[in-house]
Design a protein around this ligand. Structure first.
Ligand code: ACM
Length: 271
């Protein structure tokens, strides 16, 4: 299976322009599945919900999904990308997995970061796992990396590859995702953006360095901070099905859940 990632700098407030960029990357990428950044259609920083609503769209009926679904059908490829998703009055930070046969998964980001909490709705459970291009794909978005339970649950449910659209602003995630891949023995594709956005005097800079990591923790692809383009790695998803560490260890079978009851205690300040 050929897996690709697309690192670019979406133009804030221009879904049509960004959708055209995504379509062009998908059509020219020699891969089975392409992973693009979080909020790839809209840009990242929105402090005003009405402005956020103006760049939102539904899935799979919205214009970007329609356009990319056509490209998936015509190329036989699949894509994961992030967008501002509208569902009635609700607005979510979401990632869609589109394949030649339709929309296979639509994940709404569970852990909103910083100013996202001001404008996006809080998501419940969503459809975060599907088979595409011969692999079981689990979806997580950016700051979800900071909660190891997200990747672990996807892996326990059979994900072989974590597709991780991101708009990272802190420098830690790329190394943490090596650990997420290692501790779950899965492939992890972090498609980050680069560039800077300034809104109402707030400036943020994104950290690029998109990567594809193997279940052994090797970086198969590692991009620079400001590089733009598609990078591809050939992987065997079956590698992620073997959870053995040594002849006497299995990462999933060895879990001491009998010692971990406290993990499910609700937080004191539920959000
Ligand atoms: C992030 O979750 N976009 C930092």
């Amino acid at each position: 299976m050929k897996i690709g990632l697309f690192q670019f700098a979406p133009v804030r407030g221009r879904p049509d322009t960004n959708a055209a960029t995504l379509e062009s990357a998908l059509r020219s990428a020699d891969c089975d599945l392409l992973v693009a950044p979080e909020l790839a259609t809209s840009g990242y920083l929105y402090l005003d919900r009405a402005e956020l609503a103006s760049v939102s769209e539904s899935v799979p009926d919205g214009p970007t999904s329609a356009r990319l679904l056509r490209a998936c059908r015509e190329t036989g490829r699949s894509i994961v990308f992030g967008l501002v998703e509208r569902d009635g009055e609700k607005i979510y930070n979401s990632a869609a997995l589109l394949t030649p046969t339709g929309c296979s998964a639509l994940y709404r980001k569970a852990h909103l970061f910083d100013t996202e909490t001001l404008v996006f709705d809080r998501a419940g459970a969503s459809n975060d796992l599907a088979v595409a291009a011969g692999a079981k794909i689990g979806l997580m978005i950016c700051f979800d990396w900071r909660f190891p339970e997200v990747a672990r649950l996807l892996a326990l449910r059979g994900a072989e590859l974590l597709a991780h659209p991101s708009n990272l602003v802190l420098p830690y995630c790329q190394d943490a995702m090596v650990t997420r891949a290692l501790e779950n023995r899965v492939f992890a594709v972090t498609a980050n953006r680069f560039g800077t956005e300034t809104v109402q005097g707030t400036t943020i800079t994104f950290t690029g360095r998109s990567q594809i990591v193997s279940p052994r923790g090797e970086r198969l692809v590692a991009m620079g901070v400001d590089e733009e383009g598609v990078r591809i790695a050939t992987i065997d998803p079956a590698e992620a099905r073997d959870k053995r560490g040594t002849g006497r260890n299995d990462l999933f079978a060895d879990r001491r859940v009998d010692l971990w009851a406290g993990l499910l205690t609700p937080p004191e300040r539920p959000r």
